[in-house]
Design a protein. Structure first.
Length: 213
């Protein structure tokens, strides 16, 4: 652990370049989501079918694209709020962030698999929802590291606690969605609607964390 008394300017490296790099990687991941849809348009057009045929044949793929775009954007917003108060990064923190970015750039692949495979493909469901769990879990690990190294940031204890509640609620609810998708026939990716409970679960977790001295 970095001593809290050490001057912030002398710890690790300035965070700005890594923030910009992370933003660029997320932007690329969001862009990659559209590529399978572009390919499917070409396939339908080559077969001589029209736009309605494309919408009919690839409606599930389109919904997966929108869902993944929203989820990656959500992860980025959480990351952006967290790092808006981070001034310095250590080598360990950079590797943790690289691991988080790895889960982000993997999501377009998981989205393509989910969009192309049959709705009953359990491996595709596990791959997609499991990837979301990993992204949320890595965000939690990064936040815990920052909590243990206050010299790197300007966040108050209450702000850190609120962020931990967000990350924990996402891990738990994505986990519940994965269990429902695999165990309940016919539910499929509709299990992700459990995410509407994020606010409720977050408040419960935050109250529990508040009792921690």
């Amino acid at each position: 652990m970095v001593p809290a008394s050490e001057p912030r300017a002398e710890v690790g490296y300035a965070a700005e370049r890594f923030k910009a790099f992370a933003d660029a990687v997320v932007a690329i991941a969001l862009t990659l989501l559209i590529l399978p849809l572009m390919d499917s348009v070409s396939e339908v057009a080559s077969a001589g079918d029209g736009a309605f045929a494309w919408l009919t044949q690839h409606g599930g793929q389109l919904l997966n694209f929108v869902l993944s775009f929203v989820l990656i954007a959500m992860f980025w917003m959480i990351h952006h709020r967290l790092f808006s108060a981070v001034d310095r990064v250590t080598p360990t923190l950079m590797w943790l962030l690289a691991a988080w970015l790895l889960t982000i750039v993997w999501l377009p692949v998981a989205t393509a698999v989910a969009g192309r495979m049959d709705d009953g493909d359990r491996v595709a469901k596990a791959l997609y929802i499991g990837s979301l769990i990993l992204t949320a879990a890595m965000s939690l690990v990064v936040r815990l590291y920052l909590r243990a190294h206050p010299v790197l940031h300007r966040m108050e204890r209450g702000e850190l606690r609120s962020g931990l509640a967000v990350d924990l609620s996402l891990v738990l609810l994505f986990g519940a969605a994965l269990a429902a998708a695999l165990l309940i026939p016919g539910v499929g990716y509709y299990a992700l609607f459990v995410m509407v409970l994020t606010g409720v679960v977050q408040r419960i977790i935050e109250k529990i964390l508040a009792t921690d001295p």
